[in-house]
Ligand binder design. Structure first.
Ligand SMILES: CCCCCCCCCC/C=C\CCCCCCCCCC(=O)SCCNC(=O)CCNC(=O)[C@H](O)C(C)(C)COP(=O)(O)OP(=O)(O)OC[C@H]1O[C@@H](n2cnc3c(N)ncnc32)[C@H](O)[C@@H]1OP(=O)(O)O
Ligand SMILES: Cc1cc2nc3c(=O)[nH]c(=O)nc-3n(C[C@H](O)[C@H](O)[C@H](O)COP(=O)(O)OP(=O)(O)OC[C@H]3O[C@@H](n4cnc5c(N)ncnc54)[C@H](O)[C@@H]3O)c2cc1C
Length: 672
């Protein structure tokens, strides 16, 4: 038996649990969206994790890249089997886990990085569901769901990721054979990045410029077979491979793909939104030109919950570790305090917890809006799409960016040990920092939101009705917002601040145009301010959603759970008000005295949250298998776990490494 198995819970952690004054499980139910969801999640986690199938006999970090990939494929197949045979019925989703946070969450016990099937589940299947006609769907979806084929989503090219209209891969229709001819005319047109493309997938969705009857109709999605279904050999006309080591995602076999006049049947074009008839006639079906971008919007919504989940993991690790770590001696007569007692440590960590809550609740709210927009779109009404695109773009950008920053903050909070891969934090950071870039880079997405805000501002100026998330823009035309330090008052101030920033951008652009710049140039020279305005808008949206969701969810909760949730949502507001003092001075009536009081209130709130900190992170209910952390395990035995991991290192398997005989000894002897 390893030394660890005999260990009891660290006494500091036991003490923290004893002093928690609220019902942890009640908060868990709220975060899960209801008690029945918690029960179902736990059942699924029990089935998947108690089997031991998620464990590696040999630590993954000591495997070669090839071994890591092969191990991830092995476990992906086990996990896919579990989902299909053991708990698909429990998720209530015949769609094999799409939109299922539970399956996503459980998968993390199997993969420290990611599954090579991530793109199959996360983008291939959703694109089939969103871009196929019903006939096409009834052919492709069952095959994809049963994992008879494995797919990915190949949109980005070496030369273009952001600018989709600039993609170079062509799909030219040949009416003679009723086929599309896919071709990569340049090196920069090679598909690059798609997850699972290197070695795993035998199909992929390819986004290419559609040509028919000599005319280009822009980018469209196609389902393309790239490997033989039996031998898995790349098909003639296909060049495919893996792109090499990355900061993270090293078990995802991200790949490249080139086409040499490669032919696919006409009906492999995904034809829900546009069609090419047998004779080559192009028919536009969709009422909105951007519906082919639907999978990206769906994944952007998903990524807000991803940000919340990964942040929850990071702060669980960092808070538990901060409860067992003792350092320094500020009071000579007392022992070393837990580092969680330092106000600066609380400043680093409690905003992380509050942000995990804020993003989780905003994400549930966003899912509800998404479902409503989808229902309307099914009925042919796309009126809400621009507002939803603006909303999902900024929420994806800000949530992933905040999560990456705060996960790094958690690493700082864990000192040197946070830098160990075994702490679990580096993997979280590497994963989340990629989410800030993929599915639309941070800046690019905020500029999309800014476009919408500028148009909405012009509508407000013309006294036209505004859509709900921007109705506050009318504040730009009233007097300076009076400062009010209540939560509702701070949300209003954030709205006034965002409205003020949008107004400043519009005025600057107009001024620049009056001085001779074109509209495009005036926009371009204002983009730093436009990004800042879109970020401010998003912060106002999150603050408002977090506050109102907290009120809604705690309406019937026990008093102490209500207090804890309100403390955290207020902390979020105070934190961001203090971070944005300069802007508040510009756009509200906040005074020096108000600022001093706000800082004091923030510091007092940290102290109030402190006794419940461990209980609050434990309400995320993250099993050790999901955390993969020496520092954040339930028993708090960080030092024993660090030592145990060190001893598992292959570097410690022999007392003298052969490099001693080959290099060190000859060098030292020669220097005698
Ligand atoms: C069994 C084991 C499995 C184990 C695993 C478990 C799995 C569990 C399930 C899954 C869980 C997790 C989540 C999934 C993770 C997936 C991982 C993904 C990995 C990464 C994938 C990718 O990155 S794919 C590539 C993504 N690429 C991008 O995002 C590109 C970004 N660029 C753009 O979106 C656009 O080009 C642009 C927005 C920058 C501009 O577009 P374009 O130039 O074409 O448009 P214009 O500028 O001309 O604008 C015209 C008008 O259209 C508006 N617009 C633009 N986009 C949209 C849109 N999407 N919707 C609506 N409207 C849009 C634009 O605003 C303009 O409007 P106007 O101003 O009114 O003119
Ligand atoms: C881990 C990972 C997995 C991925 N998986 C997939 C996948 O499965 N399938 C797939 O198709 N793609 C995938 N991608 C690609 C990803 O979607 C793109 O990398 C992403 O959309 C960013 O595009 P880009 O690389 O072209 O960046 P660029 O657009 O070249 O960005 C570089 C810089 O230029 C700036 N910039 C670009 N355009 C503008 C502008 N108009 N205004 C102001 N600034 C601008 C950006 O802000 C950024 O700072 C993946 C990427 C990563 C990192």
């Amino acid at each position: 038996m390893s030394q660890l198995e005999k260990m009891e819970v660290n006494p500091d952690l036991a003490m923290e649990r004893a002093k928690c004054n609220f019902n942890i499980m009640e908060l868990t139910h709220i975060l899960d969206g209801g008690e029945e969801n918690t029960v179902r999640r736990k059942k699924i986690e029990d089935i998947a994790l108690n089997s031991g199938a998620s464990k590696d006999a040999f630590p993954e970090e000591h495997m070669s890249p090839k071994e890591k990939y092969e191990n991830a494929v092995r476990k992906s197949c086990i996990f896919a089997d579990l989902v299909k045979n053991d708990f698909a019925h429990l998720t209530g989703l015949e769609t094999f886990g799409i939109n299922s946070n539970v399956i996503r969450r459980t998968a993390d016990a199997f993969f420290k990085e990611v599954s090579p099937f991530l793109l199959h589940m996360g983008m291939f299947v959703p694109t089939i569901m969103g871009q196929c006609t019903s006939d096409q769907m009834s052919y492709w979806l069952p095959r994809a769901m049963a994992m008879q084929i494995i797919g990915t989503y190949a949109q980005t090219e070496l030369g273009h990721g952001t600018f989709i209209r600039g993609l170079e891969t062509t799909a030219t229709y040949d009416p003679e054979t009723e086929e599309f001819v896919l071709h990569s005319p340049t090196l920069s047109s090679y598909k690059w990045w798609a997850g699972g493309l290197g070695n795993t997938a035998n199909y992929c969705i390819v986004v290419a410029q559609l040509y028919t009857k000599g005319e280009c109709h822009g980018t469209h999605p196609f389902i393309v077979q790239i490997r033989d279904e039996d031998t898995h050999m790349p098909l003639p006309g296909i060049t495919v491979g893996e792109i090499g080591p990355k900061m993270g995602f090293n078990t995802a076999d991200n790949g490249f793909l080139g086409f040499d006049h490669y032919r696919i049947p006409r009906d492999h074009m995904m034809m829900k939104n546009a069609q090419v008839l047998k004779d080559g006639t192009y028919v536009k079906v969709a009422r909105h030109g951007k519906l082919t971008y639907g999978t990206m919007v769906f994944v952007r919504v998903m990524l807000v919950s991803e940000a919340a989940f990964n942040l929850a993991k990071a702060c669980t690790i960092a808070v538990r570790y901060s409860a067992i770590r003792r350092q320094s001696k500020p009071k000579p007569d007392e022992g070393e305090p837990q580092i969680l007692d330092y106000a600066t440590q609380q400043h680093k960590l409690f905003i992380t917890i509050a942000t995990a809550h804020a993003l989780q609740l905003s994400s549930s709210w966003l899912w509800r809006s998404f479902s409503a927009v989808l229902t309307e779109m099914k009925e042919g009404n796309t009126d809400k799409l621009p507002e939803f695109h603006a909303l999902s773009s900024c929420l994806k950008a800000v949530s992933t960016s905040d999560a990456a920053y705060l996960i790094e903050q958690c690493r700082h909070a864990c000192g040197g040990h946070g830098y160990m891969i075994s702490s679990g934090i580096p993997h979280l950071y590497n994963f989340v920092s990629a989410t800030r870039t993929y599915e639309g880079d941070y800046t690019v997405l905020l500029l999309q939101t800014a476009r919408f805000l500028v148009k909405a501002y012009e509508q407000a100026e013309a006294k036209q009705p505004l859509t709900p998330t921007v109705s506050y823009l009318k504040l730009a035309f009233t007097r300076k917002e009076p400062w009010d330090s209540s939560p509702a008052g701070i949300v209003r101030s954030f709205q006034a601040l965002a409205a003020g920033k949008v107004s400043t951008c519009v005025k600057n652009m107009r001024k620049r145009m009056r001085s001779g710049l074109s509209e495009v140039e005036a926009w371009e020279t204002s983009t730093i301010q436009l990004v800042s305005a879109a970020e401010a808008h998003c912060r106002a949206v999150i603050s408002d959603a977090y506050k109102s969701e907290t009120e809604r969810l705690t309406a019937n909760s026990s008093p102490n759970v209500k207090i804890v949730m309100e403390q955290l949502s207020t902390l979020y507001l105070y934190y961001w008000a203090l971070e944005r003092i300069g802007d508040l001075l510009l756009y509200t009536s906040i005074s020096e005295k108000d600022i001093v009081e706000l800082q004091t209130a923030y510091e007092e709130l940290l102290q109030k949250i402190r006794p419940n900190a461990v209980g609050i992170v434990e309400a995320f209910d993250l099993r050790d298998e999901l955390l993969h952390s020496t520092l954040g395990s339930y028993d708090g035995r960080a030092y024993e776990r660090l030592m145990d991991e060190a001893l598992r290192s292959p570097m410690n398997k022999e007392p003298i490494n052969q490099s001693y005989y080959k290099y060190l000894r000859p060098m030292m002897k020669a220097n005698l």
